[in-house]
Design a protein around this ligand. Structure first.
Ligand code: NDP
Length: 256
């Protein structure tokens, strides 16, 4: 990511989202703005994000956005639009998600609905609301092709969304509402990649690895630093050949 660019991250107050804000802010010199979105910017769970934003007041802008609340997505979009103007918004990382640990027989309708609202519907609405700014960024960039510094949507998915791989370690990871919502996200992302192609907006699904966060738990295979470093490296190398893909943090294709 070498050209000037702006980025929006959902679920930016903890876990992988917070580390994305941290590393993007610290390592990308041409950055103009990081819109760090979270449900409760003034709450206790956003303390670290607020401290980071105070350290980089010109770059980080903390915004309220609950991806399960369409009105708050719209309000955040209006705020972002007023800041980015004709330069548009280059990159959206749809990172926010919820997960429940339960089997088919244990899952409730409420858990499934919650996962779909946050992990699928929220991303659909974010894409719809912010598309004008992504289009503006693609236009402003001028050069042909696709990249994360031009105009892109990165949807954070999971290895657990792969239907082909479900049998691997299923007993360990009975996350039925989560897995089904992420499989639906994969289809949404593929459809979006086809529709956004004409605007030269890249759309890629990215699995961060098994990471030690509140969601990943203490037994995860890596910490957030390692995962985000790898994700940013993969994102930097993405081009039009990757649009529609489901990749892991090393850039390897994951079977659907
Ligand atoms: P965490 O549980 O640590 O953090 C989840 C983030 O999502 C929090 O910031 C949380 O905010 C936010 N969030 C949840 N619901 C909403 C909502 N309605 N609106 C806005 N923000 C919301 O998860 P991770 O950091 O581990 O996961 C980040 C992404 O990586 C997710 O998409 C996840 O599916 C994916 N992933 C993670 C793996 C792992 O091993 N950790 C493995 C594979 C994929 P709040 O504090 O308000 O709850």
């Amino acid at each position: 990511m070498s050209a000037a660019y702006s980025v929006l991250i959902t679920g930016a107050n903890r876990g992988i989202g917070l580390e994305l804000v941290r590393q993007i802010t610290q390592t990308h010199r041409e950055l103009t703005k990081v819109f760090a979105c979270c449900r409760d910017p003034h709450g206790a769970k956003a303390q670290e994000l607020r401290a980071l934003a105070e350290k980089y007041p010109d770059i980080i802008m903390v915004l309220q956005m609950d991806v399960a609340d369409p009105k708050s997505i719209h309000q955040a979009a209006v705020q972002v639009g007023s800041v980015v103007g004709n330069a548009g918004l280059n990159l959206i990382i749809n990172n926010a998600a919820v997960m429940f640990r339960c089997s088919v027989l244990e899952s409730t309708a409420e858990q499934l609905t919650s996962c779909f609202n946050t992990n699928v519907v929220g991303i659909l609405l974010v894409i719809q609301e912010f598309l004008p700014y992504l289009r503006a960024a693609a236009k402003a960039h001028g050069k042909a092709g696709m990249s994360c510094c031009k105009a892109a949507v990165i949807n954070v998915s999971t290895l657990g969304s792969s239907i082909q791989l479900t049998n691997d370690r299923y007993d360990e990871f009975k996350l039925v509402p989560y897995r089904t919502s992420k499989a639906a996200l994969n289809m949404l992302s593929m459809c979006a990649s086809l529709e956004l192609q004409k605007d030269e907006v890249l759309c890629v699904l990215l699995h961060p690895g098994w990471v030690r966060t509140d969601m990943g738990g203490p037994n995860g295979e890596m910490d957030v630093k390692e995962s985000v470093e790898a994700m940013l490296k993969v994102m930097k190398s993405m081009n039009e050949k990757d649009t529609g893909a489901l990749l892991d943090y090393r850039g390897r294709n994951i079977p659907w």
